[in-house]
Structures are given as structure tokens and as C-alpha cells.
Design a protein around this ligand. Sequence first.
Ligand code: ZN
Length: 198
Amino acid sequence: MKRYLRLTLFFCGLFLLSFGFAAYTNQLGPPLPYYREETQAGVPIKPAVVEEGTIVDIQESYSFCRQSGFSCADRRPLTGAPRQALNGKGSEEISLLYSSAEGWQVQWEDGGAELLIWRTKEGFCPEHTGYWHFEEGDRGNIEVYQGPAGSGKLGELTLSTTIKVNSLPEAYQEKVRNGSWQFQNRDDLQNVIDSLDS
Ligand SMILES: [Zn+2]
């Protein structure tokens, strides 16, 4: 008998809950995020618009720089004229300036007090493209990869030499193995390779 009582109470509770939820959605519509562009079912919703005090950050990062943890991939505050140009604008107007066709994403944070505009491109950023560095290859040889020190083997393998890393002085071995030996100039790179090869 006691068991049936519990079961009955359980279903009564379930019924009340679903009734409550149905009444809620009937009156107010489905639960929605705080910010919307329109109003719905008589609930005024504040549209997200950039105001003078809105913090706007921009993050235009390149995948390899981001994976390497380079500071060029960090988000930073948007300043000056580009920041001023956003005042009074909502998501749709912002998307005209930073279009999704160009990979931009617009994201409100902190209940609309902050806006992040971001996109990620492939490869290294323009600043970090013009670098090469040594890595140790599978055969214990020196390999040259595109990208600065710290980017590992993310960049393109530019050259695979026959120079054995363990034939080098210890300090050089260390520099190759931890990927910290970098070059910004192809001639410098070639000169070092020639001198190590002799
Ligand atoms: Zn970079």
C-alpha cells in the first residue's frame, strides 16, 4: 500500500511540474538568453548595443601563432577610430563592418557589458612568417622549419639536412633540440648550415 502511495505522489508531482512549465512557456515563450534584438511575448528585452562604456576586445589570431602561445594571438582592447565607430551599433550593424564572410565572429560577454570580435586565420601571422628555426628530425638530423623559435614543427618543413645533431657541440645540440635556434634571414640560415656541415 505504502508503495502505491509513493508512486501516486510522484506522478502528482510530475503532473504539477509539467503543468507549471506549460503555463510558463504559454505565457512567456521558451526560456531565452537575456539579450535579443527583438521583444517577445510582452517581455521587453534590452537589445545589445555598443555604448561609450562597453569594453570591446578584438582578437585576430593565426592558428600557428595561437598554438605556439605567441602574444600576437592575444585578445586586446579595440581603440581609437575603429572603437568609436561601433558606438550605438547592434550586432547586425557590427556584422556589416566585421562580416562573417571574412571569418569574423561577434560575441557578447558579461551580460552585454563586453563585446569580443574575433577570427582565426590559418598559418603564421605576417610578423611571424619570415622566420625559420632548427628542429631535430626523426633520424637525429637537423631539419629547418618555417616559423620562429617555439613553434615546433607546426610550420612547413623547409629543409632536411644530413647533419647529425649529436655531432654538434653540446650547446648547439641543446639549441636544436629545444627549437630555440631561429633565423630571420635566409642567408644567415644557409651560412650556419654550411659551417655546421663542414
Ligand atoms: Zn604571430
